[in-house]
Design a protein around this ligand. Structure first.
Ligand code: SF4
Length: 153
């Protein structure tokens, strides 16, 4: 990646839905990985989050899915579902992450993160439901009668 042009990288990542800015970041971070880290991706938040284009969410995904180290990456699906299920007040993704980490055992984080994302993509999409349809919300909120509107989709 460090030797490829931005345009070539973009042609590779475009089918994943990533934009042209990401190709620049991938090229830059690849150069840093080769030079500074001897071509080895670091396995800690501190170093990962210093790389171009890598925020806390991406670093969390690398830590959990790449290295098997417990982390709870909160993407748009998890943020939305945690609000619908009353597990957070939805102030922002960092608060949601803290709230979820308090609620679930550390041993469950890496698997649970994926389970919630897949559920959100398949059945609990942003505009597809207002907390009144399936057994999850019916069990958690049997008295819910009005549509639940989350703060941020
Ligand atoms: S009822 Fe089911 S699909 Fe609808 S918000 Fe609740 S969990 Fe999601």
């Amino acid at each position: 990646m460090s030797k490829l042009s931005k345009e070539t990288i973009y042609s590779i990542i475009k089918p994943c839905g990533l934009g042209p800015k990401k190709s620049k970041a991938i090229r830059e971070l690849s150069k840093i990985l080769v030079k500074k880290y001897n071509s080895i991706v670091p396995d800690n938040f501190n170093d990962l989050e210093k790389l171009p284009g890598v925020g806390h969410k991406t670093a969390s995904v690398v830590m959990s899915q790449g290295f098997g180290i417990p982390a709870f990456a909160v993407d748009t699906h998890i943020h939305r579902l945690a609000q619908r299920w009353g597990l957070t007040n939805g102030k922002n993704v960092r608060v949601t992450e803290i709230d979820l980490k308090k609620l679930f055992p550390i041993s469950s984080w890496n698997k649970l993160h994926l389970q919630i994302i897949f559920w959100g993509r398949e059945f609990c999409q942003a505009k597809a439901c207002y907390g009144l349809e399936c057994s999850i919300c019916k069990a958690c909120y049997p008295k819910r009668m009005k549509p639940f509107i989350h703060k941020k989709p």
